[in-house]
Design a protein around this ligand. Sequence first.
Ligand code: ADP
Length: 480
Amino acid sequence: MTFEYAPAPESKSIVKIQKEYGHFINGKFVKGKRHFATINPATEEVLSHVANGDKLDIDKAVQAAQVAYTKVWSKLSGAERGKYLYRIARILQERAREFAVLETMDNGKPIRETRDIDIPLVAAHFFYHAGWADKLDYVGVGTAPKAYGVVGQIIPWNFPLLMLAWKVAPALAAGNTVVLKPAESTPLTALLFAEVCQQAELPEGVVNIVTGVGETGAEIVNHPGIAKIAFTGSTEVGKLIAKAIADTKKVATLELGGKGANIVFEDAAIDQAVEGIVNGIFFNQGHVCCAGSRLLVQENVADEVIKKLQSRMEKIRLGDPLDKNTDIGAINSKAQLEKIKELAASGSAEGGEAWSPKCELPKNGFWFAPTIFTGVTQAHRIAREEIFGPVLSVLTFRTPAEAIEKANNTPFGLSAGIWSEKGSKVLWAAEQLRAGVIWANTFNKFDPASPFGGYKESGWGREGGRHGLKGYLKSKEQVM
Ligand code: ADP
């Protein structure tokens, strides 16, 4: 017997979206010139129009950040900077519901995730880095390290406010000022964050937010007043940024794509592993650079794992992201949906076998049913390319050595998961895997104290923890 759930939508009344937004420069909202629409991907309803920043806007923002750096922020003690970060963290907690609803509307991800994961983690990042602001001598770049100055930060649409927090909190704690560009399809929570900066009375110009498209991001990258770039996004754009700064003094942290292997050994607790597989690939519609998008399962337990996975997938609820019972929300944009469809079609064309649970896709908006592909080989595109959607490629292996070989056979190296009841096997596998983050008997767990980043084409540097802060500080020797 199955029970139908009654709709349980979260109210939208808590958010007040303006018809049009400008940029946030030098502590004030300034008018933009040209605007583009930002929509709710679950309904295609236009939420607002945001400004498309150009060279002049970036120039103004960088100038404001430079003045704020030299006149105010670099003169404050770490403890004083920390107070601002604590204040921001507390305001974010107070306004958590508002941020969660707005993020769900602009991004399409379920309220359950924005409410329980994104926004609490955002506040946690500010709290964590507030604590570091007066302890920079212990970060690991020698005593009295120095900030870079003005940092340019470009973020993606999959965790809009969380990626802002990953970037802004350490930059400010380390004493830098910032010019940040949110992704074109998810600018609204960054603009609400600008209000939080005003509410916290953060000195003007310390945080500047310029909305816009890829070219706006390129203006940040190429601006001579920017000392460091922090970017999260596609490997393709990461490469463009690396090339653009190659003959400059700019440094960069790049957090790029992934094709994480989630390895299930024969001795794993299978039910627990199945939960981890679901969380690994269907969390945030699979729009996760560290998603466990390749399941590597030991051949003798493969049938059992797949059967249990399918039965678990039958229970996944796809639909209105504002409904508190929804597990899978909308795909963030039409363009992303097309990309997922194209790669999934290639999976079938190359011989993979697709399976999805029965689920009705809403008429409006962008949707893709959770899907697993069995019969996938290493040569298939869906085993090699990042799909960035709710699509899992299932491969099998016979020996632990084969699992490692297959897991590492990728140009990426961001994440991996290991499922085994044997501690020695977990440690052995973790040592062999060429990935920046490795989870054992869990997946997609995040903490501000834990460094995150990739090997190979998954990027440069780390974000989070002491390692992440290092990327925002120069040693005394570097300054000389
Ligand atoms: P995705 O393919 O997932 O949308 P992108 O790498 O294209 O990821 O986008 C991530 C962020 O990078 C967005 O804020 C986007 O506007 C920005 N961006 C896109 N192209 C460029 C570029 N050439 N230079 C700088 N930023 C860019």
